[in-house]
Design a protein around this ligand. Structure first.
Ligand SMILES: Cc1cc2nc3c(=O)[nH]c(=O)nc-3n(C[C@H](O)[C@H](O)[C@H](O)COP(=O)(O)OP(=O)(O)OC[C@H]3O[C@@H](n4cnc5c(N)ncnc54)[C@H](O)[C@@H]3O)c2cc1C
Length: 383
């Protein structure tokens, strides 16, 4: 067992860890990503890349691949039961990224992985499960197991991007405060037979929310609010409510993914300890309704890059820099969590009264829709 030295070790090579690694490597830092999984998992979670993230990708010079593979959503149609209330357009968002890019998360992670490997082919160490850390004040020694063999890497900093159940966060004994929401959903990807094209659609229905987003390859994602948690998803548990609430019949179309999920919100009490930082879902979990968790992780990662860069230059300021990172990113996570909570609140059947309907009409048919679009595209949390 030999300890090798790097500037930075990243625990977890999901969306956050991969983006962070690419940016740090671009700046000339030596870096290793320890990732438990053998390969990117093709189970689909996130699909929305927001303009604030596309701006980061442009800064990194990697936006083209995403734009080639994704679908730009420029508009969303809003319905109240089956009645169309109005539209939210992203066209007034700052050009050139005046749209939300729809791309399944696994494809996004693949692109990021290839980018990281194009800078340093050895940067990502797969099958490596982080299990321990020892911070001597000068550096962190991270222990991991790979194919049954123990390894160690010593680095100036360790960044935990290892998701909701973060081992790094647990090893640092940082509490993760929060709870589940009382909301459950089923989602699936189907051949698109709607005629919405590249537009999204949201149905605020008296039986509960339905969201519908375009996907590459002529497919469409449907997300349906259910009364209870669905333990074993089946096609009819999604297609029946979609038909009842929207009029679209999905029976007979091709289905490529089906899953159910509950939603929750958690926030780490602090995002650093010693020479370690937390970013992405390791630091906070927000509800996917509103689609911002992955994007929030990239914003954390970009902030981490700035902090690490400065901390290498001025080591004596490290504590101050880490503290500021923690307080700013926690604040941003709270804003995003509040916005997601509002989206979920609107999607609950008990909130489908006439007052809410009139409020939605006011928002959608006036300039208030521009503010709504800004909020939906994560403006105000990007810095
Ligand atoms: C149904 C659903 C839909 C969603 N839709 C959206 C959306 O539209 N938009 C959006 O922005 N977000 C969305 N999200 C949220 C988004 O998926 C997460 O916020 C995002 O995956 C977080 O990325 P991450 O890299 O921080 O964490 P993760 O994706 O959890 O990645 C963590 C990585 O760390 C690895 N790891 C864990 N433990 C260890 C260990 N001990 N050692 C080494 N490696 C380890 C894991 O294998 C994993 O690869 C959605 C989530 C769900 C569940």
């Amino acid at each position: 067992m030999s300890a090798i030295a790097k500037d930075i070790v990243i625990a977890g090579g999901g969306a956050t860890g991969l983006y962070l690694a690419g940016r740090l490597l671009q700046l000339g830092f030596s870096c290793r990503v320890l990732e438990a999984r053998e390969a990117v998992v093709s189970h689909s979670r996130s699909l929305g890349i927001h303009p604030v993230s596309l701006e980061l990708f442009r800064k990194a010079g990697i936006e083209d691949r995403f734009l080639q593979e994704g679908i730009p959503i420029r508009k969303g149609h809003a319905f109240w039961d089956n009645e169309k209330l109005g539209e939210v357009s992203f066209e007034e968002c700052p050009a050139p990224f005046n749209f939300i890019l729809a791309l399944p998360q696994w494809k996004t992670e693949k692109i990021l992985e290839e980018w990281v490997q194009s800078i340093d082919e050895n940067a990502i160490v797969r099958n490596a499960v982080v299990s321990g850390l020892n911070d001597d004040g000068q550096a962190v020694t991270t222990s991991y197991t790979r194919d049954g063999i123990q390894g160690e890497i010593r680095s100036r900093f360790l960044i935990g991007c290892d998701g909701k159940k973060s081992t790094v966060r647990q090893l640092l004994k940082i509490p993760f405060s929060g709870s589940p929401y009382p909301d459950y959903y089923i989602m699936g990807d189907f051949t698109d037979n709607t005629g919405f094209g590249e537009d999204a659609a949201v149905y605020l229905h008296s039986d509960g929310l339905v969201e519908s987003f375009p996907l590459p390859g002529g497919m469409r994602r449907w997300v349906v609010k259910t009364q209870n948690r669905i333990e074993s998803p089946s096609l009819s548990l999604l297609t029946d409510p979609v038909e009842r609430r929207t009029g679209f019949r999905l029976h007979g179309t091709e289905n490529s993914m089906l899953s159910s999920f509950g939603v929750e919100h958690y926030l780490a009490d602090i995002l650093y300890k010693g020479n370690s930082l937390l970013a992405g879902d390791a630091a906070h979990v927000v509800s996917p309704i509103g689609g911002q968790g992955m994007n929030l992780g990239w914003l954390d990662a970009e902030a981490c890059v700035g902090v690490v860069k400065k901390a290498f230059k001025k080591p004596r300021k490290k504590n101050k820099l880490f503290k500021a990172y923690s307080s700013t990113r926690r604040k941003k996570a709270r804003i995003v969590a509040r916005r997601a909570a509002m989206n979920m609140w609107l999607g609950r059947s008990e909130n489908s009264g006439i007052f809410i309907k009139q409020l939605m009409i006011l928002v959608l048919r006036t300039r208030l829709s521009v503010h709504f679009a800004r909020m939906f595209t994560m403006r105000g949390v990007e810095k």
